[in-house]
Design a protein around this ligand. Structure first.
Ligand SMILES: Nc1nc2c(ncn2[C@@H]2O[C@H](COP(=O)(O)OP(=O)(O)O)[C@@H](O)[C@H]2O)c(=O)[nH]1
Ligand SMILES: [Mg+2]
Length: 219
């Protein structure tokens, strides 16, 4: 009897994809650090305030540093245009159907950038709280942005991104009087998931705690 061909019943494609992405992310990081560029990946849901926060950060640092921002979105360059008005050069990556940027996107972009002329590189990832946890990009620091409008359970429901981030911004605290979101609960949940994460409740509208964020970026 001929030996039956063994066909795996489950193909673990995801593991291969993640490994390839991680390797490319490591190469990205080597390239960027060899050019002494400080790099950040900003992740969070649509509407959390990623672009609003980047506008403030860019406004502050672009007076002294060359700041570059890569914006990821399904379509349009609305965010890139907003950020550019604050003094950074920007490039928009339209991912089409993909719900997160990956290391390959960043690799392609940095090949075309004047890396010796850049001091700080920010990535605004595609608005999503799930997909970016599958793809690291090769940056120094990941910043997760949530807002109190998403409700106090947003942290506990997305532990992977909390685990993978160095800074957690809880944005829109100017709306606390209207919403009454349990901020203490959000901070406690974050610390339980990732005791090392730096939590910064802030408002990109009123600039509350903006100074604390700028300090923690260590630029
Ligand atoms: N009240 C308030 N609104 C904010 C704050 N940050 C952002 N917004 C508003 O929230 C909406 C989404 O912000 P945006 O930066 O585009 O979010 P993104 O999708 O995460 O980039 C916009 O209307 C902003 O003006 C904040 O701290 N407080
Ligand atoms: Mg945005």
């Amino acid at each position: 009897m001929s030996e039956q061909r063994k066909i795996p019943r489950i193909l673990e494609m995801n593991e291969d994809l993640t490994r390839d992405n991680n390797e490319l992310a490591e190469r990205n990081h080597k390239i960027l650090t060899s050019h002494k560029i400080k790099t950040f990946d900003i992740v969070g849901a649509i509407g959390a305030g990623k672009t609003a926060i980047l506008e403030k950060i860019v406004e502050h640092f672009s007076k002294e540093k060359k700041v570059y921002v890569i914006c990821g979105d399904i379509t349009t360059r609305i965010d890139a245009d907003r950020i550019e008005q604050h003094g950074a050069n920007t490039i928009q990556i339209n991912t089409g159907r993909e719900c997160a940027l990956n290391a390959y996107h960043i690799h392609k972009v940095i090949q075309s950038l004047p890396l010796d002329e850049i001091d700080v590189l920010f990535v605004e990832n595609v608005g999503n709280l799930i997909c970016p946890s599958d793809f690291i990009l090769g940056v120094d620091m990941r910043i997760l942005v949530v807002s109190i409008t998403e409700g106090e359970h947003v942290i506990i429901k997305h532990p992977l991104l909390v685990k993978m981030s160095e800074i957690l911004i809880i944005n829109k605290i100017d709306l606390m009087g209207i919403l009454g979101t349990d901020l203490k609960r959000m901070i406690e949940d974050a610390k339980q998931i990732n005791p090392n994460i730096k939590v910064i409740p802030m408002s990109a509208k009123t600039d509350d705690n903006l100074d604390l964020l700028l300090k923690n970026l260590q630029i």
